[in-house]
Each structure stands twice: as structure tokens, then as C-alpha cells.
Ligand binder design. Structure first.
Ligand SMILES: [Zn+2]
Ligand SMILES: [Zn+2]
Length: 452
């Protein structure tokens, strides 16, 4: 198993020479992803290579407009493009809601040939959904290394105050100019770091899914992500000082993680139970009209919370896993439905249950998984032993000034406790948290998160 990463002379990040025995088809990412200092100056020539038309809509918010939007607009005009500017102006950080999506939609013209987004998560998502609906290519100018969604094709949005996901397209051209990215506030850098640290959990859960359910685990995708995360942890000084090298390493970690989605066709390498906790916080805060936490920051905090549970499970005495006790505490369908309504509230509970029928487990299947966990416990333990110690992650986050607790993210204790209990129920994707529950050990391992 091996891969190579290199840059073309014009700063295009290329991942290739993929050798992997997992048996899956590995796609070569078709997007043009450029990373480097000062490269935004090349925006017109990067776009020209793709041969789009001459007319575009450029979307920024009032913050990213000042940061890079105006300059990009001037560069494109100089490059011979006709630019319609759509600057979404808000007093507070822009929400990716129906109003913002509508502002972009109404800026499109019959001859618009492509859309340029200048921003990070929310702006990219607001443009992404429009690019998909209007079937136009998107050029993304990143402004902060705050999350790994530049390469995503899913748009998390809010609609009538509720969090929704809509299908989008991955931008065809992504330009991350390090000179721009390194001016991002430290809170956004910390958010990016949090999103990257969560990959430890994602990879461990994927491997556990392989052990318990024979899921195909792609070694090369796992390696790409782990190499990037480890490199980050080894260069904390550079990241804290927001040096060009530090911000480049963080940006690469976020982009390379995202590129595994294109290589393997799913998000297994980048998101698992830590993202479920973070999504839950975001969803519930919105539902209760409170400000949602920053995505990556909450992923980082959630990682700090779930990692000790992994480490504790490595010390499990398998002879103490008791199928009869597990059967006695198991939720049958009506009880599980009741639990889902309680945890996720009506609308989300119904959507999650409809999409994840596989989570209504038969006793036979539950028993099979327990037996597998017992017979292959050494392998599970080895996966967990590879994870860094929680103290290492904690001190790294503290060193950078990251948010450390749910309270830092604006999440109260009741919501935090509930999130740890229902993180396993958010989707069918296999996690150690599912295994713990299936073994009847949830109250034991999650005793620090009581719910009444
Ligand atoms: Zn994320
Ligand atoms: Zn593979």
C-alpha cells in the first residue's frame, strides 16, 4: 500500500500512484486543487484551463469580500471575465439559510457560465447548492483552514431554522492561497485543527467496522488521512504562529482528508461518532434557537470526549461480556422508536429512522456482532492502542487555544449527556459506540454522561 503527493509547477496538489489491496475501485480526484502562497493571482489562468465561458457570478460575504473577494473580482475583470458581484451582507456571521441561497440564485443570469465562491464553509455551501441546481461549475477560493468541506458535495444548510442537507457538487477548481488562509482568525484555525483531530476516531471506527461487519477498509485512504493528521500534531508551533508552513500543513490535511471522499466515494475516512456528536449539537442548538457551535471546534471537543471511551474499552475483560444481560437491556423496536423521538425530536427522529432502517437490529445480528467482538477482541484492542493518548490531544488543543469543553461550544450538560448517548443512533455507519451498546455496556462506559 502506497501513494504519492506532489505539486505541479503551477501549484496543483496531486495525489497519485495509489497502490492498495482493499479491492475497491480508487478514483483519481478530477478536481483542480491548488495550494500555495500568492497563487490567487493565477485565478484567471486556472479558470481558463477549464475553458468555461466569460461570464461569472462571484459570491462573498461582507467579511470575505474585504479579505479576498474584491481582489479576486478585479483579477477576473482584468483577465477578461465579466463579473457579477453578489456580496451577502450581515451584521453577524452569515447563516447558510434560504435567504443567502436565494441571494445567490437571484444573482445568476442567463449567460452565467460559472460561480466563484470566496469564503470557507458557509459560503462554499450556499454556492454549492446553487451550482448543482443551475448545473454550473463552481470555483472555490478558500479563505480559512477551518473545515474539510471544500472538497465535499453535500451542503449542510438551514431551512426555516432547521438543519438540512442538500446535494451539491464538489467545486471543480479549489484555490487555497496560503497568504489569504493565514490571515484567518485563530478560532477558525483551531476549528480546522479540531476537524482534523476527529479523523483519529473516524479511522478507528472504520477499522472496527471492518473487524465486526467485514466492511471494506481502504488502507491507502486510511494512510493518507493518518499521515496528514500526524504531521499536524508534529508541527503545532508552526500552526500556532500561523506561519506559511503551518497553515499549509493544516490546509493540506483538510484537503487530503476531503480527497479520500473522491478516491473511495464515501466519507468513512473523515467522519464518524465524533461528527455525530458535533452534528447533534448543531442541529439541537438551531432547533432551540441558540447559536450553533463552529463545526470543527465542536468536532475537536467531541473527539476529546469520545477518545477516553475508546481507551477504556481496550481494557474490557471479554469474559465479562454477557449476552443474556445484553439481551435483557436491549431496546425492541417500539422502545427504540420512543428513544429516537426523545433524543432527536420528531422531525429529525423520523428522518434518521427512515434513512437508517439497519439500526433496528435483530437479536440474532446483535448476538453475532457480540460473538465477533469477543473472538476478535485482540484486533479491536490493537486498533484502539494505535490511537494517541487523550492527554496528547488535549495538550495540543490547549496549546493552540482551542475550545476544550461542551460549555466552550455553548452546549449545556443535559444536551452534552444526551449527545453521547445518541451519537451511535445518528446513522448506520458502524462505530465503537454501537458495539458498546450492542454488548449491553453503554451504562458502564458512559456513566459520566447520565440521562434521567
Ligand atoms: Zn468535519
Ligand atoms: Zn483501498
Amino acid at each position: 500500500m502506497s501513494y504519492s503527493i506532489r505539486y505541479s509547477p503551477d501549484n496543483r496538489l496531486l495525489i497519485g500512484d495509489l497502490v492498495c489491496t482493499c479491492g475497491s475501485h480508487h478514483n483519481t480526484p478530477a478536481q483542480d486543487i491548488y495550494v500555495g502562497s500568492g497563487i490567487v493571482e493565477n485565478v484567471s489562468s486556472y479558470i481558463a484551463k477549464r475553458g468555461y465561458g466569460r461570464s461569472c457570478v462571484l459570491v462573498a460575504d461582507n467579511v470575505t469580500w474585504e479579505l479576498a473577494g474584491r481582489h479576486v473580482s478585479e483579477l477576473l475583470t482584468k483577465g477578461g471575465y465579466s463579473v457579477t458581484e453578489c456580496v451577502i451582507t450581515r451584521d453577524a456571521p452569515m447563516e447558510p439559510d434560504e435567504t443567502a441561497v436565494g441571494e445567490v440564485l437571484l444573482s445568476l443570469k442567463p449567460d452565467t457560465a460559472f460561480i466563484v465562491s470566496v469564503g470557507s464553509g458557509s459560503i462554499t455551501d450556499v454556492v454549492r447548492v446553487n451550482a448543482k441546481r443551475a448545473n454550473l461549475p463552481q470555483v472555490c477560493i478558500g479563505t480559512a483552514p477551518s473545515m474539510d468541506g471544500y472538497t465535499s458535495s453535500i451542503c449542510p444548510l438551514t431551512f426555516r431554522g432547521v438543519k438540512i442537507h442538500r446535494e451539491g457538487k464538489c467545486p471543480e477548481i479549489i484555490i487555497c492561497d496560503i497568504d489569504i488562509m493565514k490571515t484567518a482568525p485563530m478560532a477558525m484555525v483551531c476549528s480546522g485543527v479540531g476537524d482534523v483531530l476527529g479523523k483519529y476516531i473516524a479511522i478507528a471506527d472504520w477499522k472496527i467496522g471492518h473487524i465486526i461487519n467485514d466492511e471494506v477498509y481502504c488502507d491507502v485512504c486510511g494512510e493518507i488521512v493518518m499521515d496528514a493528521v500526524n504531521k499536524l500534531l508534529d508541527n503545532l508551533e508552526e500552526i500556532r504562529s500561523r506561519s506559511a508552513r503551518g497553515i499549509q500543513l493544516l490546509t493540506e490535511a483538510l484537503l487530503l482528508s476531503g480527497m479520500t471522499i473522491m478516491i473511495i466515494g464515501h466519507t468513512r475516512a473523515v467522519a464518524s461518532v465524533e461528527h455525530n456528536v458535533a452534528h447533534y449539537w448543531e442541529m439541537m442548538q438551531l432547533l432551540h434557537h441558540k447559536r450553533p457551535p463552529m463545526h470543527g471546534a465542536s468536532v475537536g471537543v467531541a473527539t476529546l470526549m469520545v477518545l477516553p471511551v475508546f481507551k477504556a474499552f481496550a481494557g474490557q475483560d471479554v469474559t465479562k461480556i454477557d449476552p443474556e444481560a445484553a439481551r435483557a437491556s436491549r431496546l425492541e423496536r417500539p422502545e427504540r422508536i420512543k428513544w429516537m423521538y426523545r433524543a432527536f425530536e420528531k422531525t429529525a427522529a423520523e428522518a434518521i429512522m427512515a434513512e437508517n432502517e439497519g439500526d433496528f437490529l435483530s437479536w440474532e445480528e446483535q448476538k453475532r456482532r457480540m460473538d465477533r467482538a469477543i473472538s476478535r477482541f485482540d484486533e479491536i484492542k490493537a486498533v484502539i492502542d494505535e490511537l494517541p493518548e487523550p492527554s496528547r490531544i488535549e495538550s495540543a488543543m490547549r496549546f493552540l487555544g482551542c475550545q476544550m469543553t461542551p460549555a466552550d461550544c455553548g452546549v449545556d450538560e443535559a444536551l452534552c449527556n444526551l449527545s453521547m448517548r445518541c451519537a451511535k443512533d445518528y446513522r448506520t455507519r458502524y462505530t465503537l459506540f454501537k458495539l458498546i451498546s450492542e454488548c449491553g455496556l453503554e451504562d458502564h462506559y458512559l456513566s459520566a454522561y447520565p440521562i434521567s
